[in-house]
Design a protein around this ligand. Structure first.
Ligand code: FAD
Length: 394
């Protein structure tokens, strides 16, 4: 990374902090951050970036966190980490202008409408349909597990536009208005008590053709941009050494009475610490190699390591807490606008169970790494070349 690029971004960050109160109005501060090109530094100027290496973003974010500035990601995680890079990579300048700034300020929350009841890991097997009607498309079908759909203004939708084409080739990708009455959002409750995700039903919902990203039938390629960025958004954090889940575990360990700090448990803690540190360093290396656009398979390594480590660490924390680990404030339905709500260790433990499912399961990550990194033979895919209408379904 060039020092000049980093210095330029850090100088602009100081200008932002001097001229805009980080404890003031969130929209105003984030808007100013976007206008200075500090939202996604790798994006071009005018679209929230500076056209510099995205690696510089980490230093800017660290300085903003130190100043307790508002952040886009916690409020709009799908928008920031996945929809924005997709709109940026595949959208027209008009779409970028209309969407990116309000996404970054969190005035507009975004959601990802990919999974369906019978299409999760195999998302290209989805059956929701869009049919062309002049300058518009009419959409029918059901999506599921849609995080933050209940507060979303816009959604990134992949749907089938040609059932006679093979399954990956008959899809198209749209930005859909979530506030139209033909889109119904119903809560799905998780074991944390929260309903951070939803079922979404489309009944003759309409999307102007101008809201398509990529060509008709090219939706899978566009979706890959979202999916690859999703892995990085979930598992690619370049956190400080000893922070995050492993930091919580060390804190709980330090608070234990001396007679409970036996060597076997300490050994377990050290193994988890080493795993977390190895994942952190791998993410740092991947981050330094990453250029803008679509991340490579290292995103799958980071996602896999994050999910498996987080689950193991929080299970270990529950073990340290003993009976206290069973205390849970309330299972009342929470319908907050936050995804990944983990305000207590017990809640973090329950929420971590989802880490190896969301954003692609650990089994699917291993398949990707086996095939793309190790060059092992691919999964058997008998339906790949068949017209989708001829693929047997149950
Ligand atoms: C908290 C949370 C938030 C989510 N948010 C969103 C969202 O905002 N938008 C969205 O579109 N989706 C979202 N999802 C859905 C998520 O992407 C899917 O749950 C995930 O892709 C798995 O799909 P599935 O649940 O249908 O399981 P399935 O695909 O049915 O998998 C079932 C089991 O089979 C295994 N399996 C499947 N295929 C293979 C294979 N080829 N090889 C080996 N094992 C395999 C899986 O690993 C899993 O253990 C969310 C999920 C969670 C848990």
């Amino acid at each position: 990374m060039s020092n000049t690029a980093q210095q330029k971004a850090l100088d602009l960050t100081e200008e932002l902090l001097n001229e805009h109160d980080p404890s003031g109005d969130r929209f105003e501060f984030l808007g100013a951050q976007y206008d200075l090109g500090l939202a996604w530094i790798g994006f071009d100027e005018g679209f929230g970036g500076l056209g510099l290496s995205p690696r510089v973003q980490g230093a800017v974010n660290a300085r903003l966190a130190e100043a307790s500035a508002p952040m886009c990601y916690p409020r709009n995680p799908i928008g920031y980490g996945m929809c924005a890079p997709t709109v940026y990579t595949h959208g027209s300048d008009d779409q970028k202008e209309r969407y990116l700034r309000k996404l970054f300020t969190t005035e507009d929350i975004w959601c990802q409408l990919f999974s369906e009841p019978s299409a999760g890991s195999d998302v290209a097997g989805l059956t929701s349909r869009a049919v062309r009607d002049g300058d518009e498309w009419i959409v029918n079908g059901q999506k599921v597990w849609t995080t933050l759909a209940h507060v979303a203004r816009w959604g990134c939708l992949v749907t089938r536009t040609d059932p006679e084409a093979p399954k990956h080739k008959g899809l198209s990708y749209f930005v859909v208005d979530m506030k139209q009455p033909e889109v119904e959002v119903r809560p799905l409750r998780q074991m944390t008590g929260d309903a951070e995700f939803n079922e979404v039903y489309f009944t003759d919902a309409r999307i102007p053709d101008a809201e398509r990203l990529g060509d008709v039938g090219d939706g899978w390629r566009v979706a890959l941009t979202t999916l690859m960025n999703e892995r990085v958004a979930i598992g690619g954090a370049q956190a400080l050494r000893g922070s995050g889940a492993i930091g919580e575990a060390v804190k709980v360990w330090n608070g234990l009475p001396e007679h409970r700090k036996d060597l076997a448990t300490q050994d377990e803690l050290m193994k988890l610490w080493s795993r977390a540190e190895a994942a952190r360093l791998t993410n740092m290396r991947a981050g330094q190699n990453r250029t803008k656009g679509t991340p490579g398979p290292e995103g799958s390594t980071g996602k896999l390591a994050f999910a498996e480590n987080n689950k193991a660490i929080y299970a270990f924390v529950m073990q340290l807490l003993g009976a206290e680990g069973m205390l849970y404030g309330s299972y009342d339905l929470e319908r907050s606008g936050n995804a990944m709500n983990s305000s207590t260790l017990q809640q973090a433990f329950l929420r971590a169970r989802a880490n190896s499912i969301e954003g692609g399961t650990s089994e699917v990550m291993r398949n990707i790494l086996g095939e793309r990194v190790l060059g092992l033979p691919g999964d058997v895919r008998t339906d790949k070349e068949l017209p989708f209408s001829e693929v047997p379904t149950n």
